[in-house]
Write a protein that binds this ligand. Structure first.
Ligand code: EPU
Length: 442
């Protein structure tokens, strides 16, 4: 089937959809299960491709994974974990960045690990230097070869003191997954403290780990000899929830996002309100809607938690094309996350990108050659276009733009969106969107 959708825009999205567990937590919790001596059970698991990729990776390593897609449960039994063939791991190269997080658990279980060339979204260089430095500090030997990176720890891993140059989510997870079974104490300063990391800490604590989180981004871990399996319900996907919220705002709609939770979304909710959107927090989820009238322009900076997430930025920018005045968005997490605006400009949006830091404070990308600030002038009427999906979040933003635009857009490469948005075409149908696989007859 062609990887293409024809989307009729210009109608408000209204209705109810459900979000399940967070993509950026579920994949890590599945990796954590490798550390247990007994099976683990994860609930609220969404049907997205990243979960399939981690499942395949674990299975390649001899782990038994039983998945009930409808119920959203995954049972992981790591009893027979073994080294995978490099050629087999390579077949998954390019589809996810998760393989790097298997290193700590595999080093503890087998004394060796292999990382193929890593995938993930094309939103910047996305280096893994912090990860490799951390593994070396624990005593692992990192051997870079043509087909990937071999990592060895024949004599085990020892706790260490690490200071991250930047509060990287992945590097913090790397450290946690490695330190819990390392010998002795580990201290991490400048740690990332995203809610998905806190939930990973919940999982590790259930497994028997000793981890404390201090207020100043310092995490301390006391290594233990053994960990057991866990049973856990994943926290909700706050990126997906915010994406649908932005879709409601951009299309002038009204969406109840069942499963969305307030504490993890406080910063998004403040911004949503400043732009002119309204929301009602209920026990079962959050209703996001456009109350009518003008939307307002804003100045926004993406940041690590508790700041405004980089993954919330792209969907919201589409809504900002409908706001009156000049909005300024300064992206400080990734150096290259505005590639998706070209398509919006092609649809009639007025967006200019800049290399300068246009926010209230300079970031580490200033004085370098990265277009990491954007000025959006609105409101502009978007018109349908032929669009190519660039990456996961940029792709969803294009979809929102197509739903906002007048006419029928063709959106090519929609399978990229399946990586992180569960059954999104079913959800679009539930919200009254008009789209199809066939070109409309004129
Ligand atoms: N960085 C380095 N060296 C490293 C690791 C990171 O320089 O070794 C830099 C990155 O280049 C980036 C910054 O540090 O500029 C932050 O990257 P981070 O490590 O925090 O990101 P990540 O762990 O690779 C996760 C999510 C991303 C999300 C970021 C930030 C997963 C699988 N991915 O990536 O999610 O944007 O944290 O919150 O958890 C997405 O879901 O679409 C997505 C891209």
């Amino acid at each position: 089937m062609e990887d293409l959708l024809y989307v009729d825009g210009g109608n408000p999205l209204s209705g109810e959809i459900t979000v399940r567990g967070a993509k950026n937590f579920v994949s890590k919790a599945m990796v954590a299960a490798l550390l247990g001596e007994s099976p683990s059970v994860l609930r609220n698991v969404p049907e997205i491709r990243d979960v399939q990729v981690v499942t395949s990776l674990l299975e390649l390593h001899g782990v038994r994974v039983d998945r009930d897609v409808e119920a959203g449960t995954v049972r992981i039994d790591p009893a027979d974990v073994e080294s995978a063939l490099v050629a087999d791991i390579d077949t998954l190269a390019g589809s996810s960045r998760i393989p790097i997080l298997l290193c700590g658990p595999l080093l503890h279980r087998l004394g060796e690990a292999f990382i193929p060339d890593l995938g993930g979204c094309r939103i910047g260089d996305r280096p893994i230097n912090y990860h490799l430095d951390i593994l070396r500090q624990f005593g692992a030997v990192v051997d870079k070869r043509v087909n990937g990176i071999h990592i060895l720890a024949p004599n085990g891993l020892t706790g260490t003191k690490v200071a991250l140059p930047y509060p990287s989510v992945g590097a913090t997870e790397q450290l946690l997954l490695t330190a819990v079974r390392a010998e002795g104490k580990t201290e991490l300063s400048n740690a990332a403290i995203e809610p998905e990391i806190m939930d990973l800490i919940n999982v590790l604590q259930k497994m028997g780990a000793i981890i404390s989180v201090d207020t100043d981004r310092v995490i301390r871990i006391e290594g233990v000899d053994r960990l057991v399996g866990f049973a856990h319900t994943a926290l909700a996907d706050r990126i997906e929830a915010a994406s649908w919220a932005s879709a409601a705002l951009a299309t002038g709609g009204d969406i109840f996002v069942r499963g969305a939770t307030q504490p993890e979304m406080t910063t998004f909710l403040n911004t949503f309100r400043k732009v002119g959107g309204e929301f009602v927090v209920e026990d079962e989820g959050i209703r996001f809607y456009h109350p009518g009238g003008d939307l307002h322009s804003i100045q926004l900076e993406t940041d690590v938690h508790p700041g405004f997430m980089t993954d919330w930025q792209q969907p919201l920018v589409v809504a900002l094309t409908q706001a009156r005045g000049l909005s300024i968005v300064h992206e400080t997490v990734y150096e290259n996350r505005f590639g998706f605006v070209d398509a919006l400009v092609g649809m009639g949006a007025t967006i200019q990108v800049y290399k300068e830091c246009l926010g209230s404070r300079p970031c580490r990308f200033g004085q370098r050659n990265f277009y990491h600030s954007a000025v959006i002038s609105g409101p502009t009427t978007l018109t349908a276009a032929a669009i190519e999906v660039p990456d996961l979040r940029g792709g969803f933003s294009h979809l929102i733009a197509a739903l906002t635009a007048k006419g029928t857009s063709s959106v090519r490469g929609i399978s990229l969106i399946d990586r992180g948005y569960e059954r999104f075409t079913e959800k679009l149908t539930a919200l009254g969107a008009s789209f199809g696989r066939e070109a409309p007859r004129r």
